[in-house]
Design a protein around this ligand. Structure first.
Ligand code: EPU
Length: 336
């Protein structure tokens, strides 16, 4: 364990922003974590997963920590299911690959989502009809205030669309050290999402296997979403907004092509990518930042941008979407 001073975070954030932090430390064990926290006191603390959902708008005046412990342990196994404990530093997609290889069902649609396993519950990651909360069993971690350990079970976490209590009331107060998943051992594929259905049709597979679904999701993501190693980005920048049915009907009169997903009796989700595209932002570039040409929900750093340039672009988009549709977009990424 080594505490770095004035540490550059350019390789630690997927926007590739050239920012630094006053202190930085990578830890592998709980005792290292406790030691690091006791050596640097009184600083603002930020836990970083792999930095794939964060926008640094300036240098960080505090202590950035990364909990890197990896590993997957089988805790229990029944005829139809398996309970796996995964340490927080494991890369999410390595875990998905492990499950697919072992024929464990439930997270294959979440293939290729960047980030670590420890960060995944914070925003209840989701894609193509699956969400983390559907297979999440529990998580373990410690409170920063007194280093006490606690296990949170599924119903304790207040999971919602791209959120949980770790993104709200426990933000920067609790650090996740491992996550336990309950996965199925029998066929339980979710292949009804439009893009997956279309792809299955085009390759003529009516009865796909688990590995087929992973491969299809990887293909769809690679076609639509830029690789952060090549083009700095954080995936979806905004959440898909929920609006009242009445509001949706007004929009759909003027824009019959509007896409939507029902949420409840009275509310409907509209894809933020569609709203942004309608405002003419898709593929637009301003200086070193822009809106991705294949998915308007993704903002990109073409190289050399600063966090405030991305924030400025995001604000201009929000303003236009509000003017045109009276919808206030909300960021999905964490802005620091
Ligand atoms: N759309 C447009 N224009 C665009 C983008 C999308 O019209 O530029 C329309 C599409 O035609 C489609 C609809 O919006 O009918 C939905 O698009 P897509 O399937 O690409 O999904 P999304 O709602 O834009 C969400 C997640 C993604 C996830 C995909 C697939 C959020 C904020 N984003 O995007 O998650 O991969 O669904 O399930 O919910 C992420 O969180 O970083 C992320 C990439």
């Amino acid at each position: 364990m080594f505490i770095h001073k004035n540490y550059n975070l350019q390789n630690k954030n997927s926007f590739g922003l050239n920012v630094s932090t006053k202190y930085f430390c990578e830890v592998d064990t709980l005792s290292e974590l406790k030691e690091a926290l006791s050596q640097v006191k009184g600083e603002r603390i930020l836990f970083l997963g792999s930095g794939s959902n964060i926008l640094f708008t300036k240098n960080f005046d505090g202590f950035v920590l990364q909990f890197n412990k990896k590993g997957i342990n089988k805790k229990d196994e029944e005829k139809d299911s398996v309970l796996l404990e995964v340490f927080a530093g494991e890369l999410w997609d390595d875990f998905v690959a492990y499950c697919v290889e072992n024929n464990y069902y439930g997270i294959e649609n979440l293939s290729l989502i960047p980030g670590t396993v420890g960060a995944a519950p914070i925003q209840n990651i989701g894609a193509y009809g699956q969400e983390l909360k559907d297979t999440f069993f529990a998580l373990n971690g410690i409170f920063l205030s007194d280093f006490s350990e606690k296990t949170f079970f599924n119903s304790d976490c207040i999971f919602g669309y791209r959120t949980s209590m770790f993104k709200t009331e426990l933000k920067n107060k609790f650090v996740i050290t491992s996550v336990v998943f309950k996965l199925k051992k029998t066929d339980d594929l979710k292949i009804n999402y439009g893009a997956i259905k279309q792809e299955l049709k085009s390759i003529g597979k009516n009865n796909p296997l688990l590995a087929d679904v992973r491969n299809i999701v990887i293909k769809i993501r690679q076609e639509k979403l830029p690789d952060p190693k090549i083009l700095g980005n954080c995936g979806s920048f905004f959440k898909n907004p929920e609006v009242e049915k009445k509001h949706f009907e007004n929009i759909s009169q003027g824009f019959p092509s509007v896409k939507s997903f029902p949420v409840s009796e009275s509310t409907i989700k509209i894809p933020a990518g569609w709203l942004i595209e309608q405002c003419g932002w898709k593929g637009k570039r301003i200086g070193n930042v822009g809106v991705h040409e294949h998915q308007a929900l993704v903002l990109v750093n073409y190289g050399g941008a600063e966090g405030k340039d991305i924030l400025q672009l995001a604000n201009a988009i929000k303003e236009d979407v509000y003017q045109k549709f009276e919808i206030q977009l909300e960021e999905e990424v964490n802005i620091v």
